[in-house]
Design a protein around this ligand. Structure first.
Ligand SMILES: NC(=O)C1=CN([C@@H]2O[C@H](COP(=O)(O)OP(=O)(O)OC[C@H]3O[C@@H](n4cnc5c(N)ncnc54)[C@H](O)[C@@H]3O)[C@@H](O)[C@H]2O)C=CC1
Ligand SMILES: NCCCC(=O)O
Length: 494
C-alpha cells in the first residue's frame, strides 16, 4: 500500500462480533491521512442508543466470558497475539496512514501490542485469591473477580497500542470492554476488534463505538458501565472523573506531561544525545511521557547542544510509509499550527531556535497538503517560558542549563505534571539518589521512552493515577470478594 491510496468504506463501529452502522448518531466526523491531508473515512458519531446497544451486547458476552477459567481466557488472548504478530505489517500500515507516524515506528507499536497480550495471557491463568485460617477451624478466602463492562477511551497518538494496553488486562481479568478511539484515528481499533473475534472471544466482548466528547460522555454515564480507563488530556481527564463519580465508577487516568530529562556532565554524551532524541521526537513528539525539558549541566552544555542539533537536523522527514523515513506529519493542521504557535511564543519570550521549528514541504507533490514540520530545538530557555511550562505535544525540545544536583531537582519537580523523568549519568549512586527525589510515575536511568510491557506505566500528580502494563494493572480491572466460612455454631450477641 502506498501513501494517498487508502480509503475506508466499511462501517467503523463494531458490535456483537461484526462491523455495524450506529443505530443513532450525534453528527458526522471525517478522519484524515495526515501525510496528504486527504479524507480517508467519514463516519457517524454514536448516539445514546448505539452506546446502550454496545453496553447490552457487552453485558451478554461478559456473562459467558466471566465463567471461563483463566487458562481458557489465556489461550484465546494468545491466539489474538499470534494473529497480530502475523498481521503486523498490515496493521502498522493502517496506523501510519491514519496517524502519520513512520512505518518504522508503527511496527514497534504493534510489537508492543502483541507482547502486551502475551503478557496478560500469561497472568490470566495465575490470578487467584488467598486462603486465611480463622479460629475454631473457620476460614476465609478471597476471590479476584472481574468488574463487568469496562470502557476504554483513547487518544490519537498510539491508537492501536492504547486499545491493547486497556483491553488486554481487562479481558484477561474476565471483563468485557467498549472502546472509543479518538475521532482523529478511528480505523485501526476495528482491526483489533476483528482479531479478538477471530481469536475466539464471545461476540460482543470487545465493541467499538466511534465519536467524540458526546459519545464519550454517554459511555461514562451509562449505569451498566463498571469502570472507565482514559488516555488523553488533563482537562478531559477531569471531566471523565467528574462524570464517572456520579456512578461511583473507578477510573484510570493516563494524562499529559511535561517531563524533565536531566543530563549530568559525567554522562556518556553520545548516549545522552540519543536519549534526548528518543525523549522528544518519537511519533513527531506527540507522546505523553516525552522528556521535553532537557536540563543539561553547564560544563557540557555547548558540546551536548552542538551534537543534538547536528543529529536532529539529520532526521529524515517525509512520506511515513517509506522505510527510511523517521518523522512523518503531525496529526492535523490545527495541531500543527498550535505547535508552531508555541515556538513563536517561545521566541517572543527569549528562546532561541537552534534548529527546525518551521514547516517542512516534501518534494513529492502528493504530500504537499500534509502537516509536516522540522523538529525543533530551543536554546536560551527559562523555566517560566510557556514553551517550557506547557505540554506542546509536538517535536519541540527545550534545553535548560543547570549547575547543581539540588538546583536541578527543584526545577525538575516544579510542575503540576508527573508522568515521566529521566537521568543520564555514569555515577550509579547519583542516578538512584536523583530518581528517588523525582516526582514522576515512570523514571528512566540512561535511556528514555522504552516501553517494556512488564513494567507499570502511569503518572503522579496531574498526570493521572492508576497504571497500565505490569502485574499491578490486574488490580485496576478486578475486585476482591471476601468469603467468610463458619465451621462452628453462631455465637450471637443477642
Ligand atoms: N499518559 C498517557 O498514557 C497518555 C496521555 N496522552 C495525553 O492525551 C492528550 C492528547 O490526546 P487527545 O486525544 O488530544 O486528548 P483529549 O483529551 O482531547 O481526547 C482524548 C479522548 O477523550 C475523548 N473525549 C473528549 N472529551 C470527552 C468528554 N467530555 N467525555 C468523554 N470523552 C471525551 C476524545 O474523543 C478522545 O477519544 C495529551 O495531553 C497527551 O499527553 C496521550 C497519550 C498517552
Ligand atoms: N510507548 C509509550 C506510549 C505512551 C503514550 O501513549 O503516549
Amino acid at each position: 500500500m502506498s501513501t494517498g491510496s487508502f480509503t475506508v468504506s466499511q462501517p467503523l463501529n463494531y458490535r456483537g462480533g461484526k462491523r455495524v452502522q450506529p443505530a443513532d448518531g450525534s453528527g458526522t466526523e471525517e478522519a484524515y491521512e495526515p501525510a496528504t491531508g486527504r479524507v480517508i473515512a467519514t463516519f457517524q458519531c454514536s448516539g445514546e442508543k448505539e452506546v446502550d446497544l454496545a453496553v447490552q451486547s457487552a453485558k451478554a458476552a461478559f456473562k459467558i466470558w466471566r465463567k471461563k477459567s483463566g487458562m481458557e481466557r489465556s489461550r484465546i488472548l494468545l491466539e489474538a497475539a499470534r494473529i497480530i504478530r502475523e498481521r503486523r505489517d498490515e496493521i502498522a500500515t493502517v496506523e501510519t496512514i491514519n496517524n502519520g507516524k513512520s512505518i518504522f515506528e508503527a511496527g514497534f507499536d504493534i510489537d508492543i501490542s502483541w507482547q502486551c497480550l502475551e503478557y496478560y495471557a500469561g497472568l490470566a491463568g495465575s490470578m487467584a485469591g488467598e486462603h486465611v485460617q480463622l479460629p475454631g477451624g473457620s476460614f476465609g478466602y478471597t476471590i479476584r473477580e472481574p468488574l463487568g463492562v469496562c470502557v476504554g477511551i483513547g487518544a490519537w497518538n498510539y491508537p492501536f497500542q492504547i486499545a491493547v494496553w486497556k483491553s488486554a488486562p481487562a479481558l484477561a481479568c474476565g471483563n468485557a470492554m467498549i472502546f472509543k478511539p479518538s475521532p482523529f484515528t478511528p480505523v485501526s481499533v476495528v482491526l483489533l476488534a476483528e482479531i479478538y473475534t477471530e481469536a475466539g472471544v464471545p461476540p460482543g466482548l470487545f465493541n467499538v463505538v466511534q465519536g467524540g466528547a458526546a459519545t464519550g460522555q454517554f459511555l461514562c454515564q451509562h449505569r451498566d458501565v463498571a469502570k472507565v480507563s482514559f488516555t488523553g488530556s488533563v482537562p478531559t481527564g477531569k471531566k471523565i472523573m467528574e462524570l464517572s463519580s456520579q456512578g461511583i465508577k473507578p477510573v484510570t487516568l493516563e494524562l499529559g506531561g511535561k517531563s524533565p530529562l536531566i543530563i549530568f556532565s559525567d554522562c556518556d554524551i553520545e548516549n545522552a544525545v540519543k536519549g534526548a532524541m528518543m525523549a522528544n521526537f518519537l511519533t513527531q513528539g506527540e507522546v505523553c511521557c516525552n522528556g521535553t525539558r532537557v536540563f543539561v549541566q553547564r560544563e557540557i552544555l555547548d558540546k551536548f547542544t552542538e551534537e543534538v542539533v547536528k543529529q536532529t537536523q539529520k532526521i529524515k522527514i517525509g512520506d511515513p510509509l517509506l522505510e527510511n523515513t523517521r518523522m512523518g506529519p503531525l496529526i492535523n493542521r490545527s495541531h500543527l499550527q498550535r505547535v508552531l504557535g508555541f515556538i513563536e511564543q517561545g521566541k517572543k519570550q527569549g528562546a532561541k531556535v537552534l534548529c527546525g521549528g518551521d514547516l517542512y514541504i516534501p518534494e513529492d507533490p502528493k504530500l504537499k497538503d500534509g502537516y509536516y514540520m522540522k523538529p525543533c530545538i530551543l536554546g536560551n530557555c527559562k523555566d517560566d517560558m510557556t514553551c517550557v511550562k506547557e505540554e506542546i505535544f509536538g517535536p519541540v525540545m527545550s534545553i535548560l542549563p543547570f549547575d547543581t544536583e539540588t538546583e536541578v531537582l527543584e526545577r525538575a519537580n516544579d510542575t503540576t505534571f508527573g508522568l515521566a523523568a529521566g537521568v543520564f549519568t555514569k555515577d550509579i549512586q547519583r542516578a538512584h539518589r536523583v530518581v528517588a527525589e523525582l516526582q514522576a510515575g515512570v523514571c528512566y536511568i540512561n535511556n528514555y521512552n522504552v516501553s517494556p510491557v512488564e513494567l507499570p506505566f502511569g503518572g503522579y500528580k496531574m498526570s493521572g493515577f492508576g497504571r497500565e502494563n505490569g502485574r499491578v494493572t490486574i488490580e485496576y480491572y478486578s475486585q476482591l470478594k471476601t468469603v467468610c466460612v463458619e465451621m462452628g455454631d453462631v455465637e450471637s450477641v443477642f
